[in-house]
Design a protein around this ligand. Structure first.
Ligand code: 4AD
Length: 486
């Protein structure tokens, strides 16, 4: 019997994953490799059996070939296995290497009669109901790897541009956006509430109402007033009632904040550069390809090319003021027999998703920054524009939303009001208690610098990049109103 030489890496205590095995230089012909994974499919012929084994490390599993079909007799879909054998060039199409199996160990059996993840196409609803098992599907596996590679690309971009990654609190005392969509939190047992020395109500563990954060922005502003360029990629929580393909109750937001900027153009430039960087990094992503391939070929190729064209566009993405956007929307509405929109566009009203989609999909046919919205539509912290001529009713703020085709709003950001007096007036206009924001006002009083930032919905980015229809399939365990299974 040939002496066995197992492949191992001197630099890692772990055996290589299937992806690492497939990417690494070919092992010596007699080298025995061990592969751990789950059986994705099994095909038995008279004298040979084939199984596809996946450990989730890549979209492509590894084809295992059993020339002794007895070795494959206990294999079923979903079973976890450890296989040993030698890697060889694969004669089959679409797979460079295959494993010629010499030993099989079934680590965890899987009853094929009862296994909920049968091979036939499983509907999105069925998979939502089997959330704990759905990471085993090709689509959710590819999405999870795409989240990972997108996260790494984002960190790369901000590191290259001198930003520091910070961790902001999840438990907060404020509703940053002022939209009343916070989840209030309290201890589950009254024993865990405040100590007897406190005169707070027993239910107030923190001696103050506490909420799950809706945005890291205000805390990022505090850090950015000392460490001038910061960003966070954190979970955010919103008690959203909207049951749409773009809204979750728990989602992840990329937020960046930096000091020493007074330029809305600079804010938009950073957003645009960061997204272009992420798209370019994924130009040859097998996971993105696998996800787009779920659509008809013509659509998937065209969409993939379209995304790359945004990454490589020679001109900056279109920028349009809110006022101009309302004008073109209103003109289109008026020119369309019966009206183009359910909600007639009007200055002073929010842009509805039908307006956002039309601007990006039809009018611009690409990403578009809509800037300078009416102050009355936006949160208290946005910087008032100095140059408004239309009086108080037409007052606008230095902000933007980035709208992208097929999705609508992907990013929102603004310059922050750094002038203490104007910020106090804004708090008052929004009915907010100045005492609650004393710390936020301090940031202006003590060496306040002009600054700004933005927030990007991470699941929306994944949905836009991959063609996955709903953000509910862009996160491992989605939560939305009326639904939380595990
Ligand atoms: O426009 P929003 O509400 O902005 C903020 O929260 C700012 N404080 C961010 C900042 O400037 N630091 O949210 C930013 C983005 C939206 O453009 C959207 O992509 C995403 O967060 N988003 C959601 N994504 C999924 N589910 C929800 N319920 C979301 N709400 C917002």
């Amino acid at each position: 019997m040939l002496a066995r030489r197992f492949l191992s890496s001197a630099s890692s205590p772990l055996a290589p994953t299937i992806r690492q095995l497939l990417l690494s230089p070919p092992p010596p012909p007699a080298a025995c490799v061990a592969v751990n994974g789950w059986v994705k499919s099994i095909r038995r012929q008279k004298k040979v059996a084939f199984a596809v084994i996946s450990d989730g490390s890549s979209d492509a599993g590894l084809q295992a070939v059993f020339t002794d079909i007895n070795l494959a007799k206990n294999l079923t879909n979903g079973a976890s296995v450890r296989l040993q054998g030698t890697l060889a060039d694969s004669p089959g199409a679409g797979q460079e290497k295959e494993l010629k199996v010499s030993e099989v160990e079934v680590l965890g059996e899987c009853d094929p009669e009862r296994y909920p993840m049968q091979k036939q196409a499983l509907t999105v609803e069925y998979l939502r109901d089997h959330c704990h098992l759905r990471a085993r599907t090709r689509e959710i596996g590819a999405m999870l790897r795409l989240r990972d590679s997108t996260t790494r690309a984002i960190h790369g971009y901000f590191e290259d541009n001198g930003f520091i990654h910070v961790h902001t609190p999840i438990i907060t005392s404020n509703d940053c956006e002022g939209a009343g969509e916070t989840f209030r939190i309290a201890p589950s047992s009254s024993d865990a509430s405040t100590s007897s020395t406190s005169d707070a109500k027993p239910s107030e563990y923190f001696n103050h109402p506490a909420y799950l954060t809706v945005s890291s922005q205000l805390h990022l502003e505090a850090v950015a007033s000392a460490i001038s360029r910061v960003y966070a990629l954190s979970p955010c929580f919103r008690a959203e009632r909207s049951q749409t393909s773009r809204h979750l109750a728990e989602f992840w937001m990329l937020e960046a904040e930096w000091a020493f900027t007074s330029s809305l153009t600079e804010l938009c430039d950073v957003v645009e550069h960061a997204i272009r960087h992420v798209l370019r990094t994924h130009a040859a992503s097998p996971d993105m390809d696998a996800l787009w391939k779920q659509h008809p070929a013509a659509t998937s190729e065209a969409k993939r090319a379209e995304l790359q064209s945004y990454a490589d566009a020679p001109q900056p993405w279109t920028r349009l003021t809110y006022t101009d956007a309302v004008d073109v929307l209103a003109a289109h509405h008026a020119q369309t027999p019966g009206g183009a929109f359910v909600f007639p566009p009007a200055w002073g009203s929010s842009l509805q998703s039908e307006h956002e989609r039309w601007l990006a999909d039809t009018y611009v046919r690409g990403p578009v920054f809509v800037t300078d919205y009416p102050a009355a539509l936006k949160p208290f912290y946005m910087r008032l524009n100095d140059s408004d001529r239309g009086g108080k009713e037409r007052q606008t703020v230095a902000c933007f939303d980035l709208l992208v085709p097929g999705m609508g709003e992907l990013v929102g950001g603004s310059l922050r009001e750094e002038r203490t007096g104007l910020l106090e007036a804004a708090l008052e206009r929004h009915g907010l208690d100045k005492a609650d924001y004393a710390w936020y006002l301090d940031l202006r009083r003590y060496g306040g610098a002009p600054h700004g930032g933005f927030g990007l919905g991470f699941e929306r980015l994944i949905s836009w990049m991959s063609g996955i229809e709903s953000v509910r399939e862009c996160i491992a365990m989605p939560r939305w109103a009326g639904r939380m299974l595990l």
